[in-house]
Design a protein around this ligand. Structure first.
Ligand SMILES: [Fe+2]
Ligand SMILES: [Fe+2]
Length: 358
């Protein structure tokens, strides 16, 4: 029995600013996110075996191992090292950990994309296999950071757990509208953003003399880089087979702006927690408005957007818009920086209400 063939369905384009091709369009749907696997095929048999991702992050490679006799000494060493790290770094690390821990939301999101979703929860299509493997890998990030923070003794675990619970309960809405073009442009952007963010926390941990924490953040950053490579390759293929539709989707996603996965974060106290966390991340150079512009520029280069030819008039408009966006964002950011006053210090429940400058 052949596995159901999934093609992208654009029966109702929902992108007001840059409409995507309708299903009846001569351009549609060139892009079959389909599996033609047969249930008896080798590929399906492989899926029945436990999936082994190309790289696994084991907690015991980075953290004290509870079964070891040195466990308590190692925990003491870890917390001694953590004492040398400033509070603002912990605010950012906690925010990164909480973002990773809201993974159920992201797997749900991927399974909203038409044509590539995991139809059964154990679907043998390549798309579903990828999504489950990606989820398994991402799951290690939140686990590892959470365990490190628990052992560090620097954070209010009760508040962290509460925040994670609120965030998963709130979900997220990046306005992808079930559209895999928008979806994979969004994930390409996000994976690079997390690669930058974890890479910078690794750098800061090193600067604060904690090489083990730097290794944790660096290893996670390396995973994000591989994820970015996978998603950008998918979009690269989309540009190859449907340049106009992909160009319109890229512009549409940029017009909507990339909302961060934890944009609905809440700890039960601070109504502007995401803004406050983002302000600290910006001040520490972990993730900034400049990074946002750099990512767009990187993707424009990666997908050779400036060199696309043969686009429709609407496609060309979208191309001009996207290519002109990075300098525009940088100018706005510079203006905001020169106008900004001295930022206040505010308490963060994540670190026992100690105050941190925004
Ligand atoms: Fe991650
Ligand atoms: Fe990732």
């Amino acid at each position: 029995m052949a596995v159901k063939l999934n093609a992208i369905n654009f029966q109702s384009p929902k992108c007001p600013s840059f409409a995507l091709p309708a299903i009846a369009s001569p351009r549609s749907p060139k892009f079959y996110m389909a599996s033609t696997l047969h249930s008896g095929s080798k590929d399906v048999r492989t899926v029945k075996k436990p999936f082994s991702p190309p790289r696994k992050i084991h907690d015991q490679d980075f953290l004290p191992y509870p079964a070891s006799e040195e466990f308590h000494d190692q925990v003491k060493e870890l917390s001694e090292r953590a004492k040398e790290i400033p509070d603002d770094f912990f605010v950012v690390l906690v925010g990164d950990m909480i973002t990773e821990e809201a993974l159920p939301t992201y797997q749900t999101l991927l399974n909203t994309f038409d044509g590539v979703r995991d139809e059964t929860g154990a679907s043998p299509t390549s798309w579903a296999i990828w999504t489950r493997a990606w989820t398994a890998e991402e799951n290690r990030h939140g686990d590892l950071l959470n365990k490190y923070l628990y052992l560090s003794g620097r954070v209010n675990m009760k508040q962290l757990e509460k925040t994670i619970q609120y965030l998963i309960g709130s979900g997220m809405d990046p306005r992808i509208e079930n559209n895999p073009y928008l979806g994979f442009i969004y994930t390409s952007f996000q994976e690079r953003a997390t690669f930058i963010s974890h890479g910078n926390t690794a750098r800061l941990a090193r600067e604060h003399g904690d090489f083990k924490l730097a290794q944790i953040c660096g290893t996670i950053a390396a995973d994000e880089k591989r994820h970015e490579t996978a998603y950008t390759k998918i979009v690269e293929k989309l540009f190859e087979i449907d340049p106009d539709g992909t160009m319109l989707a890229f512009a549409d996603m940029m017009k909507k702006k990339i909302s961060m996965p934890a944009h609905l974060v809440y700890d039960g106290r601070d109504d502007n927690l995401f803004d406050h966390f983002s302000a600290v991340a910006q001040r520490l150079d972990v993730y900034t408005a400049k990074d946002y512009a750099d990512i767009i520029e990187h993707l424009v280069r990666r997908w050779k957007v400036e060199k696309l030819i043969g686009l429709s008039a609407e496609g060309q408009k979208a191309q001009d818009y996207v290519c002109g966006l990075p300098p525009k964002i940088r100018r706005l950011e510079e203006r905001a920086q020169t106008q900004s006053k001295q930022a206040p210090r505010i308490p963060f429940s994540w670190i026992h209400d100690r105050e941190v400058q925004l």
